[in-house]
Ligand binder design. Sequence first.
Ligand SMILES: *Cc1c(COP(=O)(O)O)cnc(C)c1O
Length: 422
Amino acid sequence: MQKETIAVHGGYNNKEGWGTMAVPIAQTTAYAFRDAEHAANLFALKELGSIYTRLTNPTTDVLEQRFAQLEGGAAAICVASGQSAIFYAIANVAEAGDNILISDKLYGGAVTLLTHTIKRFGITAKVFKSADASDLEEQIDDKTKAIFFESLSNPQIAIADIEKIVEIAKRNGVLTVCDNTVASAALFNPISWGVDVVVHSTSKYTNGQGTAIGGIIVERDGLAEFFKENAKRYSHFVEPDESYHGLVYTDVPLPNFCLRVRLALLRDIGAAQSPHNSWLLLQSIETLDIRMEKHSNSALEVAKFLESHPKVKAVNYPGLESNENYAKAQKYFKDGKASGLISFEAESYEAAKTVIDAAKLFSVVVNIGDSKSLIVHPASTTHSQMSESELLKAGVNPTTVRLSIGLENPKDLIEDLEQALA
Ligand SMILES: *Cc1c(COP(=O)(O)O)cnc(C)c1O
């Protein structure tokens, strides 16, 4: 099935169960069991069904199935936010004493989580260059449990050398985790390039209207075989889990990665997504494809305008032929469309702040992927918790202005930027 069709129908059959055209919101904490045996079977995984909304929910289940299909994965699991999706994806494979390899171009929240917060849990992050993965293989050792990168990074708007990262990871038997938030499932599917696990902050383009925080983890088909082949590195998938009366994940005929996130991490840490947010995201996904096309087309128009403006020192948008990531955008993304993020360099720190204050149609917001256009100065906001050297390494200059191009008519956006830059 094509993506636009999946986005509208995936995971839901209106002839069964509810029988409603729209997916209802199962706004419930718990579920009634038929009898004691039914309850026992559910807990023992002999039968699948809902026990408690921290673990599963029928509305969320539709979203999980729909999203897994959109990404070409075997299964998906929703969590409360993009941050919890990243944390669970890593915590599902790494423990104290292990290390992970992370891209040098990441979202600020991912940087603080993966370099600072999980260090206190005994997991170390080593940084690699995602543009060409030239220093990736030499940093892999026996304790490396995951390679984490963003397909199209926020806010650097850089594209990773996905093919090379996957090739190195496969050769070394290390799991790849790709954050596909900015490209979105409409423009890019990491699994089709061999990535093992995909995470999203669904709060951004997937939601598209700035109305819900959410996160999702998707796994490719065949991870049970991968864990068995790399049993030494991923022993906790092939050996009995004491916390689940000796369950061996690779023995269960269900996609193993999401299964363990659900049974161990959602059970114990509990960052479950609210059913209402799942419902909002189901509405959003119906229009994901047309929205991403519009965001991308408008962003290209705005980027071309900025490139020709005398007060703009540089423009970063991978849809521009002059951009260093243009070839990668053409290679990986649907029709070469490059999503809605643009950054540009103003003449000075002061000039950057002036543009932000003068723009009328753009709201000053630390978010991306909204239908309303947004403008932000990363150095003083989203990335302010990073040190100056971390900032520069992440490609955030004091003069950088970041735009998230919404669904307004691009002529109005250009007019607004023209007056703001004057
Ligand atoms: C926003 C964002 C996150 C974090 O997601 P939340 O839903 O805000 O927790 C992670 N990765 C990327 C690329 C993001 O843009």
